[in-house]
Design a binder for this molecule. Structure first.
Ligand code: TLP
Length: 342
């Protein structure tokens, strides 16, 4: 029985074209800024998200954490959604790496705080209070089910922050999924924010790397912090070259979204199972009503050759990606349905 891996869109293997590109890549020492392939990737990535400059970084986590460090001063507060990746899944990076204090707000189904929430959470600097140094947003929103957050919501939150002189960072690990789902350019989604991170290694299928983009001055400082965090790489063109290939494959994300919608449709409505129709490639399945924990579901799926991830006690994530076809997803639906009808 073939195993169908729906744990994450990070599990894709590089295509033959990516492997060829890696082998043939022109390289140099990127810490000296001399790797032509990395330079080309940074130029194209900046253009794709409509920013002046970009920096190739080893991971999305590092991109986000560099952004937090560059935007803030030690002791600042950072406003973010309580279910955001930066807050939930980056090992307390803002506190550990930048000495800042997160101020989580519950953005609910909107996925980004309302302007009122931003104003309420904002802390003016005083003798007793540190001041707010950053607003961090996320699009698509992973935990809340791959939600593609529309540009007006991002813009409203960012405008409220700007009025308070607070910079805005966007965790766009899956920004291109949002762009494809909403049928708007990624640059439009990133226009209201100061900096944006997106991953080449998720739905776009590259083996390694993410990009942090923003104004020239921001990226120059980000380059120093990348070195500080141990992310200065040498002949990085070898891993950046597949990233260039990945940038050409944005449109195919629509297939992943379609597959995810089919999977959700097959599971939603099974007794005690909720799987709302996703905007993008993340299907979140809630089994609280039938008392089936996510770990039990993940284990049972694993036994039937489908891999998934436990998000919370009763929430399981299934993620579609380039390495699972329509028929794989149909087969996975059958296997998961079999688990759920036991
Ligand atoms: N998320 C991973 C896990 O950590 C949950 C995944 O499989 O989805 N921002 C968002 C919104 C993310 O989903 C992720 C990865 C990151 C940042 C971090 O990217 P990496 O894994 O490259 O450090």
């Amino acid at each position: 029985m073939d195993r169908i891996d729906l744990r994450s869109d990070t599990v894709t293997r590089p295509t033959e074209r990516m492997r060829d590109a890696a082998r043939d890549a022109a390289v140099g020492d990127d810490v000296y800024g001399e790797d032509p392939t990395v330079n080309e990737l940074e130029r194209r990535a900046a253009e794709a998200v409509g920013k002046d400059a970009a920096l190739y970084v080893p991971s999305g986590t590092m991109g986000n954490q560099i952004a937090v460090r560059v935007h803030t001063e030690r002791g600042d507060e950072v406003i973010l959604d309580r279910e955001s990746h930066v807050y939930r899944w980056e090992l307390g990076g803002p506190a550990q790496l930048s000495g800042v204090q997160p101020r989580p707000v519950d953005a609910g189904e909107r996925c980004v705080p309302t302007p009122e929430q931003v104003r309420e959470a904002h802390v003016p600097e005083s003798l007793h209070r540190p001041g707010t140094g950053l607003l961090a947003l996320e699009n698509t929103h992973n935990y809340r089910g791959g939600v593609a957050v529309p540009p007006d919501r991002i813009a409203a939150a960012a405008e409220a922050a700007r009025d308070l002189d607070v910079p805005v960072h966007l965790d766009g690990a899956r920004l291109f999924n949002a762009a494809v789902a909403l049928d708007v350019p990624a640059s439009e989604l990133a226009a209201p924010v100061d900096s944006v991170m997106f991953c080449l290694s998720k739905g776009l299928g590259a083996p390694v790397g993410s990009v942090l983009a923003g104004p020239e001055e921001f990226v120059a400082e980000a380059r120093r912090v990348r070195k500080l965090f141990g992310g200065g790489m040498r002949q990085a063109g070898i891993v950046a070259a597949p990233g260039l290939e990945a940038l050409d494959s944005v449109d195919r994300l629509a297939e992943d979204h379609d597959n995810a919608a089919r999977l959700a449709d097959a599971l939603d409505g099974i007794e005690g199972v909720h799987a709302p129709e996703p905007d993008t490639n993340i299907v979140v399945v809630d089994t609280a009503e039938r008392g089936l924990t996510a770990e039990e579901l993940v284990d049972a799926c694993e036994e039937r050759g489908v891999r998934a991830g436990a998000f919370d006690e009763y929430t399981t994530r299934f993620c579609t990606h380039r390495d699972v076809s329509r028929s794989d997803v149909e087969e996975a639906s059958e296997r998961i349905r079999a688990v759920l009808s036991e």
